[in-house]
Design a binder for this molecule. Structure first.
Ligand SMILES: Nc1nc2c(ncn2[C@@H]2O[C@H](COP(=O)(O)OP(=O)(O)OP(=O)(O)O)[C@@H](O)[C@H]2O)c(=O)[nH]1
Ligand SMILES: [Mg+2]
Length: 270
C-alpha cells in the first residue's frame, strides 16, 4: 500500500511530534472537550513537573497527578463521542502493529477505526497502518518511553474522529513505563508474544495487573519455539486474574474472530 502524504504538526517544547498519516481533522484547532475548571487549570500551570494537588472544600481528595486529570478528560471526551478507546501495550516487537494492520483490513472495513501510534523515533508504524479508510497519526516521543494523556489529547484533536467507533492507541514498545500512564482509554490491552517466554507476567507484574485483556500473540510459532501456552496462561491468570485472555496469531488468523467479537462487544448497542 502506498503511504499517504503526511503532515507534521509543530513540535512541543519537550520534543514530541505528531505526524498525520491520514484523516486530518477539518479544524485542527478544535478543543478536545470543555475547558478545565479554573481550579484545575491554576494547579496545572503551577506544576510544570506534573505534580498537582486538588482539594475540594471539606473533603480531602487524594493527590491527583496532572496526567490522571488529563486522562479523565480524554475518557470523558471519548465516551461522549461514543467511541471505544483501547491502549495496546507490550514489549517491543510483540506484534501490536501487525495485529492493527490486519484489524484495520478486516474488522475496520465494517466499523470505522482510527489509530494513534507512539514510538521514540520514525513514523514507520504510522505508515504501515495508513489506509484511506482509517485516520492515523504517529506520535514521536523523542526520549520518552511511554505515551501520556497530553500527547493523546493533542493527537486526537488532529485527526478526524467523525464516525469513528474504535480508537486504537499503540503505545511505545515497553513493558514498564506505560503501566503508570492512564491515557483515558476504556480498555487496556497487554500483548505477550510467544517469542518473549512464558515468565514475563511474573517478571513485569504491574503492566499485567493493569490489563483488562491480555493477548497471547504469535501462537503460530509457539510449537517451533517450545513455548508452553498453558504455562503462559497460568502465569497471566496468577498475576492478572481480572483480565480476559485471547490467544491469537496475526499471521495464521487463529483467535482473530474472538478478538473482533471482543471489539464488537465494546460498541454501544452491540
Ligand atoms: N510468526 C508471527 N510473527 C508475527 C506475528 N505478529 C507479528 N509478527 C512479527 O513480529 C515482528 C514485530 O511485529 P510488529 O507488529 O512490528 O511489533 P510491534 O509490537 O508493533 O513492535 P514495536 O512497535 O516496535 O514495539 C514483525 O517481524 C512481524 O512480522 C504473528 O502473529 N506471528
Ligand atoms: Mg509497532
Amino acid at each position: 500500500m502506498n503511504p499517504t502524504p503526511s503532515t507534521l504538526i509543530p513540535e512541543t517544547p519537550e520534543g514530541v511530534r505528531i505526524n498525520l498519516l491520514s484523516g486530518a481533522a477539518a479544524r485542527s484547532t478544535r478543543a478536545l472537550s470543555a475547558p478545565l475548571s479554573a481550579e484545575i487549570n491554576a494547579a496545572l500551570s503551577a506544576s510544570p513537573q506534573g505534580e498537582v494537588a486538588v482539594r475540594a472544600v471539606d473533603v480531602s481528595i487524594p493527590l491527583l497527578e496532572k496526567n490522571d486529570i488529563l486522562a479523565e478528560r480524554n475518557r470523558g471526551y471519548f465516551l461522549g463521542r461514543g467511541l471505544a478507546a483501547l491502549n495496546l501495550v507490550s514489549s517491543p516487537g510483540a506484534g501490536k502493529t501487525t495485529l492493527l494492520e490486519r484489524t484495520l483490513d478486516e474488522f475496520g472495513r465494517q466499523t470505522r477505526c482510527a489509530v494513534l501510534v507512539g514510538d521514540l523515533e520514525t513514523d514507520n508504524d504510522g505508515r504501515r497502518l495508513s489506509r484511506p479508510h482509517a485516520p492515523v497519526a504517529q506520535i514521536t516521543t523523542g526520549t520518552v518511553c511511554h505515551l501520556d494523556a497530553a500527547m493523546i489529547a493533542r493527537a486526537a484533536e488532529s485527526i478526524d474522529l467523525d464516525g469513528v467507533r474504535v480508537l486504537f492507541i499503540e503505545n511505545v514498545g515497553n513493558l514498564v513505563c506505560p503501566a503508570s500512564f492512564d491515557l483515558g482509554e476504556q480498555v487496556r490491552v497487554v500483548l505477550l508474544s510467544t517469542t518473549e517466554g512464558e515468565d514475563k507476567p511474573l517478571k513485569y507484574p504491574p503492566i499485567f495487573k493493569s490489563a483488562h485483556l491480555v493477548l497471547l500473540t504469535k501462537v503460530d510459532v509457539a510449537d517451533a519455539l517450545g513455548f508452553k501456552r498453558d504455562v503462559a496462561v497460568e502465569n497471566i491468570r496468577r498475576i492478572a486474574p481480572q483480565a480476559r485472555i485471547i490467544q491469537l496469531s496475526s499471521r495464521s488468523g487463529e483467535g482473530l474472530p474472538e478478538w473482533y467479537d471482543f471489539l464488537r462487544s465494546l460498541l454501544p448497542n452491540s
